[in-house]
Write a protein of this length. Sequence first.
Length: 247
Amino acid sequence: MTPRTVLTIGAVTLALVVGNGAAVDHWSGQDADRAAAAEPSASATRTADPVPTWRPVSAAALKSVDAVELRAESIVLRADDRTVTTISMRDAKHTVGVLNRVLGTPARTQTAVGDAGRCVPASTTSTWGGAIRVAALSQPGRAGNRVEVRVLRDHVRSRLGAVIELSGPHGVQVGDDVARQIDDASKSERESLGSDDAQAWQLLLERGWSDDDERSDDGTNGVSVLTDESAVTVIGSPMPIRPARGC
């Protein structure tokens, strides 16, 4: 192979890479996502709490999203039971950016400690349709999370007007009756927040955010629900249960 042939192959390869990037549909917020993708990956930069790697998602794929599931450490976007993408809650910029592309421009507020929910620190809070709220923390949380997520309704409208179902693990949605799950849960997975006259519970649905340095007074962390009687009113993560230090 001559030097000229090598140069020609290199030029063609570069053109294909550039062409493929230009073929991706453009939605508002996608430029920020691409810029973040160009940053060094977690595997290339060793830090105490690395930001996970992720792959850009096309606008066409995001248009098909019909369900959002909040997991203990991530948000899963699905279409017809197929996973479109999974967003790590250790990356605030990407989390908000992808949800902007799916749900449109949110209502934004600056919040002080505790304003966005129990034990939520100072943050910039984005809320879509009064249904899903993401607090991008001013400082990473103790568990390593950079966002706190709360689901307040069972569905939200996409930026195109389509209905997107919202749930937690096991398909639990706001409004569901979880009396059986409360009865079956161990004491470490449930906590009474009410009284005999007005019962309310916090119930852990899925554990998460654990590490070797986790302190015993942090309680059991993960994605939890809050209830009025046994009806789900909020799904949230991280939402530690039974923290001895209060948060």
